[in-house]
Design a binder for this molecule. Structure first.
Ligand SMILES: [Zn+2]
Ligand SMILES: [Zn+2]
Length: 346
């Protein structure tokens, strides 16, 4: 087959996108997850590297708006505009709808439709089962803007239930010790708690103070997490044999000394990098990720049937190369703010 003719057909099939490479919707000037305050923004989810305060107007799912208000305050945006999953809103000729991304509560992919062209911006996403987030929905499109946090073949996440089973075996084996699990406060903490419940653990789970507000919010929004108690003021001896959820930073500092002989655990996709776990002094690394792994990323690219792939937010190059090998037009987006802000909820 003549290779040039194939390339030519693809170029003709894809008109110039109406989304710019800094994720600005050209016909209406609305940005998606902008790092700087903008007049109008669509926010995919509540993590700090996507949701900033100070925008004139924010369009997002009701859960994401509730999360942003809880974290940044009611006046963190000039105007809040709720768009429930699946509903359409047309602004200056561009039809916008939000579809579940499966990453954390309320997390959305953004579908943009304009003059017959369909663009999907995934935000952060995963496809594994997670009852604390609305399940990922596949959306077909012409241009897919995908995240790539774990965009290398080495990242193949294990079954989270197996990781939790390992944790519960350790809890049973060391009744005199507290197990403290480092988790990001938004999303990961609630997911780990629910995984523990699904694993049959119905004892009280103790929370570092930084976890309480967002666990309350999840409960208010219909995600039951069982018996949760603040760890503050609980006598040290009473925490022997118990599970405590704390921010990743807290498990390494003086805070954890208030726990009896703590087993330090961290729940993160990065825990598959053994060196990283060792360096941070983690005794019990739990590979529990809220992002798509290498297989899910490739599966999603295939299933959306997009012919143009923009890769951002992580390790872009391997996924760009793989996409090109599949005959797709692919390029990395280098959106600076994502890199230096650091990622929440890995
Ligand atoms: Zn995120
Ligand atoms: Zn992110």
């Amino acid at each position: 087959m003549n290779r040039h003719s194939v390339v030519r057909v693809k170029l003709l099939a894809m008109p110039e996108p109406f989304l710019t490479r800094d994720l600005r919707i050209a016909p209406n000037g609305i940005y998606i997850d902008p790092p700087q305050p903008q007049v109008r923004a669509i926010i995919t989810h509540g993590h700090a590297d996507h949701a900033r305060s100070g925008h004139g107007a924010v369009l997002a799912t009701p859960d994401t708006i509730a999360i942003m208000k809880a974290r940044y305050g009611e006046d963190a945006a000039g105007r809040w505009d709720e768009l429930p999953f699946g509903e359409k809103r047309t602004i200056d000729g561009v039809t916008i709808s939000l579809h579940p991304a499966g990453h954390i509560l309320g997390s959305a992919q953004v579908l943009l439709e304009h003059k017959g062209q369909r663009i999907v911006v995934t935000g952060d996403y995963k496809r594994l089962d997670d009852r604390t987030a609305q399940p990922f929905e596949l959306v077909k499109c012409d241009l897919l803007v995908t995240e790539a946090t774990f965009g290398l073949p080495v990242f193949q996440h294990p079954n989270p239930a197996d990781e939790i089973a390992r944790l519960l075996r350790s809890v049973a084996a060391y009744p005199g010790r507290a197990h403290v699990i480092g988790c990001y406060a938004l999303g990961k903490a609630q997911r780990v708690i629910l995984l523990l419940r699904e694993g049959g653990y119905d004892a009280p789970i103790y929370l570092h103070g930084a976890m309480i507000r967002l666990c309350d919010l999840y409960e208010q929004r219909g995600i039951a997490l069982g018996d949760l108690r603040p760890s503050l003021d609980v006598p040290k001896a009473e925490l022997a044999g118990q599970i405590v959820i704390a921010p990743p930073t807290a498990i390494k500092n003086r805070w954890s000394r208030r726990l009896p002989d703590p087993v330090l655990a961290v729940a993160s996709g990065w825990m598959s990098v053994k060196q990283r776990a060792r360096q941070s002094g983690v005794e019990l690394p739990l590979v529990i990720s809220d992002h798509a792994d290498w297989n899910e990323l490739r599966q999603t690219i295939r299933e959306t049937e997009a012919e143009t792939i923009w890769v951002t937010h992580g390790r872009e190059d391997a996924l760009v190369y793989w996409s090109q090998q599949q005959g797709l037009a692919a390029e990395p987006l280098r959106i600076e703010a994502y890199d230096d802000a650091g990622e929440e909820g890995e």
